[in-house]
Design a protein around this ligand. Structure first.
Ligand code: UDP
Ligand code: MN
Length: 296
């Protein structure tokens, strides 16, 4: 069809339009039912996005935690993010760790900056993971709202393999879990117990989002992290812990506060899973880890 257009009307704006998008996707959902774009390889032109974004002169913050044995992931995360995360754009990496002296020296690109922020550790890995919400929310209040325009939270036990660019920038952004594209499994399920503040009534729910990568404007991430940590605190007071910890609270929040943009599992691929054909690019994936060794 585009070929016919080429020969008959080779200078039409329509032909030009087609040539700007590498290949059109018909095999995946490109828009949520509330009209938020879902970002997949082949749905955007990075050059156009970069040119538009550059005019705004924005700074993106990235909050990452490396506590206890997770310091071993810092090098792989930072060196790959330095190369592939918003390449050519200003990024502040905020690395929270209980071992600041163990952060390896690293030469970052001139537009990237690294801030090392000491944090305490907790004996339970679940608490380290859940408390991220609280720490992010208080740093937004005290500092980041004056310092960055957008903020993303990323796990440290990940590595980037391909560009993650300005196609991720929007007001409220969630990443669809890679488990959503495999057989239904326990690993991909909402908290349903009504006693938990993360509970989603049965029959409700749409996408399942990964807590390993989310973000948005500083004010939206503030609302999100504050609300999620309120839920965590209330659950602690009633002696319950949501099934997938802060991820359960994140899913509840994003169900009732719809993200303005969704990232496909290209943006967080779980290495345990076999990648289906629709996930053409693995931009970021988890690093395999021995859970019993690394968390205790
Ligand atoms: N984390 C950490 N130390 C720990 C446990 C967790 O620093 O002992 C942080 C780290 O940033 C990690 C995140 O919490 O990426 C989420 O935990 P984890 O990666 O174990 O969860 P999973 O991705 O396996 O669900
Ligand atoms: Mn992880």
């Amino acid at each position: 069809y585009p070929c016919v257009l080429m020969t008959q009307m080779s200078h039409s704006p329509l032909v030009l339009f087609f040539s700007l998008i590498p290949r059109r996707r018909t095999d995946v959902l490109l828009m949520s039912p509330w009209l938020a774009p879902i970002v997949w390889e082949g749905t955007f032109n990075r050059d156009i996005l970069n040119a538009q974004y550059r005019q705004k002169n924005l700074i993106v913050g990235v909050a990452t935690f490396a506590v206890k044995k997770y310091v071993r992931f810092i090098k792989g995360f930072l060196s790959s993010a330095n190369k592939f995360f918003l390449s050519g754009h200003r990024v502040n990496f905020y690395l929270f760790t209980d071992h600041p002296q163990k952060v390896p020296p690293m030469k970052l690109a001139p537009e990237k900056r690294l801030f090392i922020i000491p944090v305490q550790n907790y004996s339970r890995w679940q608490d380290i993971s859940m408390n991220r919400m609280d720490i992010i929310s208080s740093h937004i209040r005290s500092r980041w709202r004056y310092e960055v325009d957008y903020l993303y939270s990323m796990d440290v036990d990940v590595q980037l393999f391909e560009h993650i660019g300005v196609e991720i920038i929007d007001t409220l952004v969630g990443t669809i879990s890679s488990w959503q594209y495999t057989k239904p499994r326990e690993n991909n399920s909402y908290e349903r117990r009504p006693e938990s503040r993360a509970a989603i009534p049965s029959g409700e729910g749409d996408f399942y989002y990964a807590a390993s990568f989310y973000g948005g404007s500083v004010s939206e991430v503030y609302k999100l992290t504050t609300a999620c940590f309120k839920g965590v605190t209330a659950d602690r007071a009633s002696g319950i812990e949501a099934k997938w910890h802060e991820e359960s609270h994140l899913n509840k929040y994003l169900l009732y506060h719809k993200p303005t943009r969704l990232l496909s599992p290209e943006y967080y691929w779980d290495e345990e899973l076999i990648r289906p054909h629709i996930v053409k690019v693995k931009r970021l994936s988890s690093v395999r880890k021995d859970l019993n060794e690394v968390r205790f």
